[in-house]
Design a protein around this ligand. Structure first.
Ligand code: DI6
Ligand code: FE
Length: 405
């Protein structure tokens, strides 16, 4: 058994919903890949007293971070489209010039699994260098069965080439491809449902996602996708209430969804349904910022109802080309009014819950995977306060130090 002991640290274990649970003069003991002790150094069990500790110099240790909503695997970028918008081009003009989501679909279809892995790696590495241990990755830029499956094969491959835990989501119901324009029902029948079945049989799908929006899929269409997920024993989640209120969060909650994500247009009804179902609200301030949205998610109502809140990057080429979870926390605080404790819980414990991983990671607690981030800061607020600065000192994944991915 490998035994590792760290001391001279400030611990932010994030075990309960009541704040960070800061412990000064703390120690963390790890046996193989699991946390064996975390608490005041003076309370260290006697059987650890013969292990030579490594001092962390008074640094803050939090759970390693978790990015619970990304579209990290995709082809190409939309920098030119960004430029056109800054030059005053309309959405229609961009679409006519071949821009928008269809351009990402084209670029994604051109890449095989290898190409998808190669182009995703710099984005993944950026996250890992900020102390991320776990990343959710969606399909949704293939919109045909083989490319959708390739996106998830690439996501699984990333887990083998980097020290990271990956959870995959089947998001074929992200947009309607050009060849099915105006025929959502046919697209769901021909691609979304049979592709899900194949992906499940190959073990490629950890959860099923959809985009419930006027420009994407209706609640009735999403319900059909969720019914298939249920038949296959897969948990669900949903992009809901991002641009308008279609009652997507309520629909997701009624299917026992792990999370409902975005939620700028969420109403009281949706909040209540999520609270009752224990569905996590995943807030995505990068997309809010990039599309210059002005309506903020109903933070006070979510808080009052006790809905768990997570924060993620939504890393995607169109509306959130963001690969920094630290910046996402700062945005969640400054743009949405989340507290420091909410931001940190939102990228650790609650993000784990949004992925169904709450018993495995996301808090520094005996028995959990030893996934830790050691920071060159002394107070948690520093992690949320700065932006464009990375104070990571060390990243520990399953008990092993892996600062450089
Ligand atoms: N919500 C979004 O903001 C993106 N997808 C989604 O479900 C937009 C996707 C894109 O423009 O590439
Ligand atoms: Fe998204």
């Amino acid at each position: 058994m490998t035994r590792t002991l760290w001391n001279d640290l400030t611990l932010a274990p994030l075990i309960t919903a009541k704040g960070l649970g800061l412990v000064e003069d703390a120690a963390i003991a790890v046996a193989d890949e699991r946390i064996a002790f975390a608490g005041r150094a003076s309370d260290l069990p006697s059987d650890w007293r013969d292990v030579a500790p490594e001092s962390l110099g008074g640094r803050l240790v939090t759970p390693a971070m978790i990015d619970c909503h990304t579209h990290l695997v995709h082809g190409g970028d939309r920098a030119r489209e960004f430029e056109m918008r800054l030059e005053g081009a309309s959405y229609e003009a961009i679409a006519r010039a071949g821009g928008g989501i269809v351009s990402s679909v084209r670029a994604t279809r051109e890449l095989g699994v290898e190409g998808l892995v190669r182009t995703a790696l710099p984005r993944l590495d950026a996250l890992l260098l900020e102390g991320v241990s776990t990343v959710e990755i969606k399909s949704g830029y293939g919109l045909e069965i083989e490319t959708e499956l390739n996106m998830l094969r690439a996501a699984r491959r990333l887990e083998r080439v980097r020290p990271v835990r990956v959870r995959t989501s089947w998001l074929a119901a992200h947009a309607t491809p050009a060849e099915y324009k105006g025929r959502n029902a046919d697209y769901i029948r021909d691609v979304v449902l049979p592709g899900m079945e194949r992906g499940a049989a190959e073990g490629l799908i950890d959860a099923v996602d959809g985009f419930c929006e006027g420009i994407a899929f209706s609640p009735a269409e999403i319900a059909e996708v969720f019914d298939k997920a249920k038949a296959l024993g897969l948990p669900v989640k949903l992009h809901a209430e991002q641009l308008s209120n279609l009652g997507g969060a309520r629909l997701a909650a009624s299917h026992g969804a792990l999370s409902a994500d975005h939620l700028e247009y969420l109403d009281a009804d949706g909040v209540a349904a999520m609270a009752q179902a224990g569905t996590v609200a995943v807030l995505l301030p990068g997309a809010f910022y990039a599309i210059r949205e002005t309506k903020v998610p109903p933070l006070a109502a979510l808080r009052a109802a006790g809905v768990p809140m997570a924060v993620a990057t939504d890393c995607n080429p169109g509306t959130s080309p963001l690969t920094s979870l630290l910046l996402a926390m700062n945005m969640a605080a400054t743009l949405f009014g989340m507290t420091v404790a909410e931001c940190l819980a939102g990228t650790t414990r609650e993000a784990a819950r949004a992925l169904g991983l709450e018993s495995e990671t996301g808090a520094i607690e005996v028995g959990k995977s030893a996934d830790l981030a050691v920071w060159n800061v002394r107070s948690p607020a520093e992690l949320v306060y700065r932006f464009g600065f990375n104070p990571l000192h060390a990243r520990i994944f399953r008990g092993a130090r892996t600062l450089n991915p």
